[in-house]
Design a protein around this ligand. Structure first.
Ligand SMILES: C[S@@+](CC[C@H](N)C(=O)[O-])C[C@H]1O[C@@H](n2cnc3c(N)ncnc32)[C@H](O)[C@@H]1O
Length: 320
């Protein structure tokens, strides 16, 4: 933990320690967690109903976490991601002198961009020591390894908090939101974004098979796949003000994204490995993907919900 970060923290040591590892390609959304040889297997006591855990739920347990760093770097260059992230930053209303927390910041690229564009002091944290190491390598000055359910920061210390594509992966997204609000000062901003797996569409010749795989993805893979649609209501329950929600749809036609970004080809195989899908069905799914790509008929879409709000109260008369 850096000295600046310590100023914001309870006295606990959250220093990241992780070995540097070479990068290689992988998908953001498609990759499921695999425990590599020599690693203890990971237990998922809270995931009885989510038996194909997603890599981003416990990135450091992945057999090659550095591959996920590559995935996030690749996504940050994608125009869809760059555009909605820009919008998240607008919704945060960051500016010089403000303290902003990016929770589950991944490689820290977006946090760096936010700091550079707004002049705000951005603190970044992530459950993953590997990601925190990457953030430091990228030059972020305030970094902490921290679980969004138990943030090592004092109450009301931030002017704005952001969680981008994080709450879909955590054990208890409601608790994580409560924790994010705890560290946000009255008058401060909270901004969250996640895709909603209930909005997925996939054009495949066999519609039933496509629906089966998408449904498994919703119910067995992403922990909180439809949490995003509930965030405005959750914010209302917390008594937040100026609640604002927007939708952005990611639409993929580019065959390279099937493997390179989305990893769609991994989905059916992972469900077959766990017995949710027959092996023949998984093979057929992948064959139909190839066919759709070959015929220029491939289409996958999913909608992201961006939600922002203001914490009630405005001590000191300042406005964000
Ligand atoms: C899809 S990535 C998004 C990273 C970054 N927000 C971005 O937009 O590029 C999800 C991140 O959430 C982190 N994460 C997952 N569970 C978390 C938790 N309980 N607390 C903090 N971070 C968590 C993962 O380690 C991963 O870096």
């Amino acid at each position: 933990m850096t000295s600046d970060t310590r100023l914001l923290c309870e006295p606990a040591d959250h220093e990241a320690e992780a070995p540097g590892t070479p990068a290689s390609p992988l998908s953001e959304v498609g990759q499921t967690l695999r425990t590599g040889a020599g690693r203890p297997s990971v237990s998922w006591p809270d995931m009885a109903d989510h038996c194909v855990p997603h890599a981003f739920s416990d990135l450091d347990a992945h057999s090659d976490p550095s591959r996920l760093v590559t995935t996030l770097n690749r996504l940050s260059d994608d125009p869809f991601f760059a555009s909605y992230k820009q919008r998240l930053h607008e919704l945060l209303r960051a500016r010089p002198g403000r303290r902003i927390l990016d929770a589950g910041a991944g490689t820290g690229e977006a946090a760096l961009r936010l700091a550079g564009a707004s002049g705000a002091a951005v603190t970044a944290c992530d459950l993953s020591a590997v990601m925190c190491r990457e953030m430091r390598r990228n030059g972020l000055p305030r970094v902490a390894v921290a679980d969004a359910h138990h943030l090592p920061f004092r109450d009301r210390v931030f002017d704005g908090v952001l969680a981008d594509r994080v709450l879909q992966h955590v054990n208890d997204p409601g608790k994580a939101v409560t924790e994010l609000l705890r560290v946000t000062r009255p008058g401060g901003r909270i901004v969250v974004c996640d895709p909603d797996t209930g909005t997925q569409a996939l054009a495949l010749e066999d519609e039933d098979l496509a629906e089966k795989v998408l449904s498994l993805r919703r119910t067995k893979n992403i922990r909180n796949g439809t949490f995003a649609r509930t965030v405005p209501g959750l914010f209302a329950d917390h008594g937040l003000e100026d609640i604002h929600a927007e939708a952005r749809t990611l639409l993929i036609r580019d065959p390279e994204s099937v493997d390179g970004t989305m990893g769609i080809r991994d989905w059916a195989g992972a469900f077959a490995d766990r017995g949710y899908l027959g092996r023949a069905e998984a093979d057929r799914f992948n064959a139909l993907l190839d066919k759709a790509i070959g015929n220029d008929r491939f289409l996958y879409a999913v909608t992201y919900f961006l939600t922002a709000a203001t914490v009630p109260g405005n001590p000191g008369g300042s406005t964000l």
